[in-house]
Design a protein around this ligand. Structure first.
Ligand code: SAH
Length: 237
């Protein structure tokens, strides 16, 4: 069944207006008619069955019927990625949503040479991916922040899986502790020696290797999230 992410609160009999684009998708692309059912979620109230109650020029109105699943969240995993070129960042955001990351934090490192991102576009990609996967929340995407600032403000309860292209421990043996984690992926130019030194010296960091080949940032992000999920994530369920 069609799944849509909406922003309003969801409760029995609530009337919900999706965006104009979503309305067009429902009536023009999927050809839904009055009374047809779909699923909606907002990241707070679980998943609900809705029906199309009105079709207006300005969009459709949905009537919320009953809850299908209560709200649930995936594992507490942040993905921190250096800003790389647009198409790769877009892939990374989509795959982070599919692979169950809770938050994507963009970062600017010494060798990052792209600084501009369109957060609205990245949010839309995260929402579409979340709709498709069946997850009940949407990963948040943070504005780019300097790596040094991000590390200065680090919450030490969160462990950092630092993907170091110069080598590190295998993920399966180094990542065994449950709890909040973040994965860090560098830019195409890799990390500068001072950055690597600082990262390796932090008490919450575990430096890991993703094998003997150098991966592109998008591939590295996907591989790292996969290994993390298999080690301490929710793939056992
Ligand atoms: N230009 C760099 C590679 C950067 S790849 C070089 O030639 O050395 C981009 C990022 O992906 C890296 O900073 C790292 O975080 C991750 N990555 C790529 N391959 C990796 C590997 N084999 N092990 C660990 N991390 C890797």
């Amino acid at each position: 069944m069609i799944r849509l992410h909406v922003t309003p609160d969801l409760a029995p009999n609530a009337a919900v207006a999706p965006t104009l684009d979503q309305s067009r998708y429902l009536t023009q692309v999927m050809r839904l008619k009055l009374g047809d059912a779909l699923l909606v979620f907002n990241g707070r109230d679980g998943e609900w069955r809705c029906v199309i109650a009105e079709i207006l020029k300005k969009g459709v109105i949905l009537r919320v019927e009953d809850q299908v699943r209560p709200q649930a969240f995936g594992p507490d995993l942040d993905l921190i990625v250096a800003v790389v070129k647009k198409s790769r960042v877009e892939t990374i955001v989509e795959k982070a949503a599919e692979l169950g990351a809770k938050r994507v934090r963009l970062t600017v490192t010494q060798r990052t040479n792209v600084e501009h991102v369109r957060l609205d576009r990245l949010d839309a990609i995260a929402i579409e991916a979340a709709e498709q996967t069946g997850r009940l929340d949407v990963p948040t995407i943070d504005d780019p922040q300097r790596l040094a600032t991000l590390l200065d403000d680090w919450d030490p309860a969160r462990r950092l899986m630092f993907c170091d292209e110069t080598g590190g421990a295998p993920v399966a043996s180094a990542v065994t502790q449950p709890g909040p984690w973040a994965i860090l992926i560098g830019p195409e130019g890799g990390f500068a020696p001072e950055e690597r030194e600082r990262l390796r010296g932090l008490p919450f960091t575990t430096a890991v290797s993703l094998g003997p080949r150098i991966l592109r940032a998008d591939t590295a992000a996907i591989a790292a999230m996969t290994l993390w999920q298999a080690a301490v994530g929710d793939w056992e369920r």
